[in-house]
Design a protein around this ligand. Sequence first.
Ligand code: ADP
Ligand code: MG
Length: 809
Amino acid sequence: MQLTPMLSQYLDIKKQHPDAILFYQMGDFFEMFFEDALEAAPLLEVTLTSRDRTAANPIPMCGIPIHALSTYLPRLLAHGKRVAVCQQVENPEHAKGIVKREVTRVFTPALVADPELVAPEVRNILFVAAPSDTGLAVCLVDLLASETRTGEFHSKDLFLDLLQEWQPKELLIPSALSSHEFVVEALRILPTMTVTLRDKFFESDDAVKAAAAYLKETQGLAGGTLSPPLRLVDHEALKLDAVTVSALSVVRTPWKDELSLSDVLDGTLTSMGRRRLKEWLLHPLSARKAIEQRLDAVESFLKDDAFADSIREPLKSLRDLERLASKSHLGLSLPRDLVAIREILKRIPALKTRLKTSKAARLKQLAGELDAMTSLAKLLDEALLDEPNTSIREGGIFKETYHPEIKEYRALSQDAKGFIAAMETREKERTGISSLKVKYSRVFGYTIEITKSYLDRVPKDYRRKQTIANGERFVTDELKKFEEKAMSAEHRLSSLEEALFLELRRKVAEASGKLLQNARLLSELDVLQGFAKVSKERGYRRPELVDSDSFVIEEGRHPVIETLMPQGEFVPNSIEMDDTSRTWIITGPNMAGKSTIMRQVALIGIMAQAGCFVSAAKARLPLFDAIFTRIGSSDDLTRGRSTFMVEMAEVARILGKATPKSLILIDEIGRGTSTYDGLALAWSILEYVHTEVGAKTLFATHFHELTALEKAFTGLVNRNVLVDRRQGDVVFLHRLGPGACSRSYGVDVAKLAGLPPKVLARAGDVLKLLESQSERVARVRSKALDPLEKQLLFFDEPKIPETLAPLES
Ligand code: ADP
Ligand code: MG
């Protein structure tokens, strides 16, 4: 095929980006050719055409207008595609031969260097994994938060947990890893994650270096992200694994779109604060001092409305400094971004003054750490107009006092208006044509317009330029000369402003680390004031954190469920645990509130360790090191394992990881197998947790047999959720009481649910039969409860007939 110069340039550039769709700028359009066009046209929903239609082999082609990039680009990224944006890098008017073009940026599913393309609450995460001795070395990159985290994983489960927590959009690995079991499993649970292979980045098996190389390739960023890497797994934090986060609805996730703890606790005023809040709830603290500092800050806001308002005021409608800082670091700031940065910086001095007066240590610290960056703020103030042009190429960015030539050129274009008016008056007089007009149009420049009826009066020095419907347009030498002067002033002005802007942008980019630091501090302040706001509105109280093992929650409420009910309808419950009662067996009918109270305890723990007040009249809490849950029927079909298998795997993990400082919630285990298996396992798990793990444990169960264990172990106690049955129907009181639930209420609940009376009566009869048969079991069982004699006679007894003989009617 005979290649035109343009096509051969295209193919050269395309060769450097074989796995990306190439957006090739031609004037006002990005065009795609060949395979790229075939692939992209249907995803973009644009028409597929062809170049050179008459040729034997027309080239498939499609395109989008440049200004619509932000509409179309996300469609390709959402399908896991990469896009290399190739722009004209010289003015076509000045080009000799073919216009020079370069790929200026590569967008990948995880690396979207444009904050406008990523919703404020979304974090676009890249995972980079390299082989390490017995597992994977992982580096996480959040480009828009300019954040990296690193860690090493030897356990597959931990790695998968991490994936579920961060939901990376893309995984960068060397091709040797693509069959690694961690990676294979990762793709099973996150099938939409894009895998990118780049062997050349991994010559040293260093995930951080590979990440940096990838940022260089796609963003042209030599230095990687702004802040030094954080730890991927924070050993100082209260550990919440992915199962727990999901079971407790700590944050809202795409696959579980229900009200979450972070929604309820969200009193933030900025989108960076909202993201920080999520992070705090997913990684609560475990160090007392840091928690107390947050609580002190919350309290100082809560107790002093005027002070709180004085802090809230400047935070209101504050733009997303975190993203502005990252954008600046990426060299992408536009004039209005710098104005936004300027406006944020202007609010800092007042904030610092106010924070300094606070007695709360953390707020005082914030006063010191926030940096008003006065010289940068001053520079931006002197430089930029309040509403500069959105583009950097067309001028209209700077104040005219910023540079002497700006004033001069602007004066020239101001003069143009005066010149035109003066010339119009003068020419009218000279020619006697009262309707004469001096006009400007983009295509024809400055002209003198004369209507038809006056054409005979046109002087000799007018040269005809264009015919219009009701007359003719002319130029004169004077007008032509003026036009050149005006045009070149405008042109010089816009190139001057562009150059000045690039210089200013570089200066701001140099300070982007400081800006990011400010962003983090402001978002922290935002979360703290938000905690105070919500705590006040919802009547939360400051928790007391104790070193002892005992813990008390008085009149605790489930923070999320209470908001879904009319005020005052949620029934508060108190919980007190110490060494004489560190394991609770909770019984009670279905729907009585067992699961609710268990989650409520865990959520209150999370709130406290995140530094928020808690939904209780009073709370004295220990510092948990981890919260583990095995709750309900959270079928983990995504991991492709059966429910029972999943349940046992989760329990195994809990038993392996929990310590005496942990809180464990086990809700209804042993349902997914036969009754005896289930009971046997629930029994032995309960014993093990109590005697070997020693964590604070809430254990809800439908196996009433287990309530007998109370007699065998000190510190293991029964509690039940009370019901009122006096009126014939069961009424759930949602109140926790001592002791075990006296009986099972399955039949009563079925009645509430509307089963036909005949079914209920029959079930009642069958139940009586079964209960009489199992009485002997109970007798034998009591013997088996000696913990030293761990033999469970219970299983020797054939108790319940496999099938029931039909009862006589
Ligand atoms: P269980 O686990 O015992 O089957 P749940 O904890 O799932 O019961 O509670 C069932 C429903 O009862 C909840 O969805 C809620 O509507 C209501 N409920 C539970 N606890 C309370 C409470 N303390 N106050 C008011 N309503 C409650
Ligand atoms: Mg339940």
